[in-house]
Design a protein around this ligand. Structure first.
Ligand code: ATP
Ligand code: MG
Length: 420
């Protein structure tokens, strides 16, 4: 039998996994400084949760969800995103009432049945943040600063750009959509097949369609920013003032509407030119009505999610850093194997990662393993060393080597790493 993984599903092999771990830990540190705590949410939810929140006429709900009926006849869905679950958890666990201010972050897999391509998979991972309880523009400013600071901590600021927009409130959007529909009706002949059906169902999506024909046809489409009410317009100006004050670079893109129904007011995307058409590294915005939609009180909220695969594509597997084993022990003969085994374990217990081959191979072959493991020091237990209770320590960076008593060698290696 030759069973393969499903299309669009990936094995994250150790080198990439270590880059992912580093990305997660860099982000966790920044999140903690901003007061965001980790939350871990279920992968499987009632389908209705996503239909109600993301919206029936969105790509995700219409065609991308992994939905099935379980053995108990419940209709369930593998989560396509994290916000809906976070809001459900916020309401269900009583936060909405008892402590309606909260800052959460999460890391984990999401599932969307899309056409797999570079940076787009059917199981992918997001690191996301959600902030509940603040209607003030400062909360939008905080979210954007947080995202920008994550980009800083990951050293990708020079490789990304931030775009923001405002979708206004429900009333603004309704008036704008009327106007947009009128405009689009006159352009039906010039739109892609998908967008022709979107005019009725989800006209906003037409103006951020990636198809060149649609981009051209909608170049003169009305701008949502011209339809903002006084309050929404003031809110957006205040958010912009915060970004300006913090010297966070951004541009306003009135065509960025986001593909999920729950957004209002500020929306944003962190974009890169390095990943072809999968150009969004992170995206998010305000979703003030969602807590109420999902059965809670009116609690304003906002958030974003970053695509981890897109980050690892940008950062490369090398971002994972050292192998975690800076020392490698090589040996000859049965006594050498025993001495190397104990020496290696002593290093590990002292907090220094160390590796070894168990097979009594030629020094040359073991040195090759040492090299490819990424180790910087090699502890050599040859026949002559073992006979005298000694160890030779070789520095792989400069080739220098010295033979020392076993305790002395241990001290030397230990100091080498502790002072590094
Ligand atoms: P896109 O325009 O790329 O489809 P989206 O608007 O569907 O993105 P969101 O739902 O806002 O994206 O998700 C936030 C982030 O998650 C995206 O910016 C992207 O980095 C990542 N992401 C979304 N879908 C996928 C996928 N299928 N594979 C890998 N990463 C994804
Ligand atoms: Mg998408």
């Amino acid at each position: 039998m030759n069973i393969k993984r499903l299309k669009g599903f990936r094995d994250i092999l150790p080198a990439e996994a270590s880059a992912v771990r580093r990305i997660e830990s860099v982000c966790a540190e920044v999140f903690a400084r901003y007061g965001f705590s980790e939350i871990r949410l279920p992968l499987l939810e009632e389908t209705l949760l996503f239909n109600r929140s993301i919206g029936e006429a969105t790509d995700i709900v219409e065609k991308e969800m992994y939905t099935f009926t379980d053995a108990g006849d419940n209709t369930v869905t593998l989560r396509p995103e994290g916000t809906a679950s976070a809001v459900r958890a916020f309401v269900e666990n009583g936060f909405a009432k008892s402590a309606p201010k909260a800052r959460w972050y999460y890391c984990g897999p999401m599932f969307r049945r899309e056409r797999p391509q570079k940076g787009r998979f059917r199981q992918f991972h997001q690191i996301g943040a959600e902030c509940f309880g603040f209607k003030e523009p400062a909360a939008d400013g905080e979210m954007l600063a947080l995202l920008w600071d994550l980009a800083g901590a990951l050293f990708i600021r020079e490789r990304v750009s931030l775009e923001i927009n405002s979708l206004g409130c429900r009333e603004d959007r309704a008036a704008y959509i009327d106007e947009l529909k009128k405009f689009l009706m006159g352009k039906t002949g010039e739109l892609c097949e998908n967008c022709k059906t979107r005019i009725e169902k989800n006209p906003l999506r037409v103006i951020d369609c990636k198809n060149e024909k649609c981009k051209e046809a909608t170049a003169a489409a009305p701008s949502i920013l011209d339809w903002l009410c006084g309050e929404c317009s003031d809110h957006f100006s205040a958010v912009r003032r915060i970004l300006d004050g913090e010297a966070i670079p951004y541009s306003v893109n009135p065509r960025m509407v986001r593909g999920l129904d729950y957004y209002n007011r500020t929306t944003f995307e962190l974009l890169t030119g390095e990943l072809g058409s999968q150009n969004a590294v992170a995206a998010g915005g305000r979703y003030d009505g969602l807590v109420e939609t999902l059965g809670g009180p009116a609690v304003p909220a906002l958030g974003f999610a970053m695509g981890v695969e897109r980050l690892t594509l940008m950062l490369g597997e090398g971002f994972g850093g050292d192998c975690g084993q800076p020392v490698y022990c090589v040996f000859r003969g049965e006594e050498g194997a025993k001495a190397a085994f104990s020496f290696r374990r002593k290093l590990i217990l002292d907090g220094i990662g160390a590796g070894m081959d168990f097979e009594d191979r030629s020094f040359k072959a073991q040195m090759r393993s040492a090299d490819s493991s990424g180790a910087r020091l090699v502890a050599i237990f040859g026949e002559s060393e073992v006979a005298e209770g000694k160890v030779s320590v070789k520095n792989l960076s400069d080739g220098s080597q010295s033979t020392l008593g076993a305790d002395e060698a241990f001290e030397m290696i230990s100091n080498f790493y502790k002072s590094a």
